[in-house]
Design a protein around this ligand. Structure first.
Ligand SMILES: CC(C)(COP(=O)(O)OP(=O)(O)OC[C@H]1O[C@@H](n2cnc3c(N)ncnc32)[C@H](O)[C@@H]1O)[C@@H](O)C(=O)NCCC(=O)NCCS
Ligand SMILES: Nc1ncnc2c1ncn2[C@@H]1O[C@H](COP(=O)(O)OP(=O)(O)OP(=O)(O)O)[C@@H](O)[C@H]1O
Length: 202
């Protein structure tokens, strides 16, 4: 049994994922896999250095994420080039890990946290899609508060993704994370109960 979990940048995917794990789900996190595949020694890092130059590599050989982020969130062409290098490897590792966790414990829910699930057309790979939703203004405020970005940088990152309202419309299950953490927990309780009381009703 699996679901894809998505949303926009800083709408609360990790927060919701943590709550699902606390209730017994297993998690596969695309952002974490995206970091693994660009560690020093990995093929993707070599290709990134070839495409974007030494300015994105730090003195210790690791990726300068802030610099690469500034480049790719300012220019859709550059972003596409980075995605062409990283996405095939991310997708393959996600697929393998979700399948392994499902095989290990078929009764357990496996959650695939994928920020770009809809943008990448992956909605049909999973049995259902949950969207962590907050309105755009809350998203912007939380993103600036968490990452210390300027309002302009925050808008560029938000603008690089499908509109959160559109994701909410497409979702099988919406978690509104604009209230308190306790209010989000209560929604997760309802979801978890519906899951346990019968077939997945996403
Ligand atoms: C550009 C990079 C180096 C910036 O690193 P940084 O540490 O600042 O951000 P981090 O990786 O933690 O991502 C934060 C959020 O940015 C958003 N984001 C990341 N990549 C993209 C993208 N290509 N398009 C739109 N939004 C993106 C996601 O919402 C993600 O949760 C990094 O995000 C990256 O390598 N992106 C390409 C891989 C990718 O597409 N990852 C997204 C999930 S598969
Ligand atoms: N209900 C809430 N009330 C107040 N703050 C919240 C709430 N949920 C999450 N936050 C805060 O908002 C920020 C974004 O949340 P979170 O990191 O879970 O989002 P995300 O969607 O996983 O982000 P990303 O796309 O960057 O991975 C964090 O600083 C988090 O602590």
């Amino acid at each position: 049994m699996n679901i894809g979990l998505t949303g926009g940048i800083a709408t609360g995917k990790s927060t919701v994922a943590r709550m699902l794990v606390a209730r017994g789900a297993a998690l596969v996190d695309a952002d974490r896999i995206a970091r693994e595949i660009v560690e020093p020694g990995q093929a993707a890092l070599v290709r990134i250095a070839e495409r974007f130059g030494d300015r994105v590599i730090q003195a210790d050989g690791s990726l300068d994420r802030r610099m690469l982020g500034t480049i790719v969130f300012a220019d859709a062409e550059e972003r596409k080039a980075l995605e062409a290098i990283t996405h095939p490897a991310i997708r393959e590792l996600m697929r393998e890990r979700v399948a392994a966790l499902e095989a290990e414990r078929p009764d357990r829910l496996v959650v695939a946290d994928i920020p770009l699930l809809y943008e990448s057309g992956l909605q049909h790979v999973y049995e259902g899609v949950m969207v962590a939703y907050v309105p755009r203004e809350v998203q912007r405020t939380r993103l600036i508060g968490r990452d210390g970005l300027s309002p302009e940088e925050a808008d560029k990152r938000i603008g690089a993704q499908m509109d959160i309202e559109e994701k909410r419309r497409l979702a099988d299950y919406v978690i509104d994370n604009s209230g308190t953490v306790a209010e989000t927990e209560a929604q997760l309780d309802r979801f978890w109960r519906s899951l346990r009381s019968g077939p997945v009703t996403l």
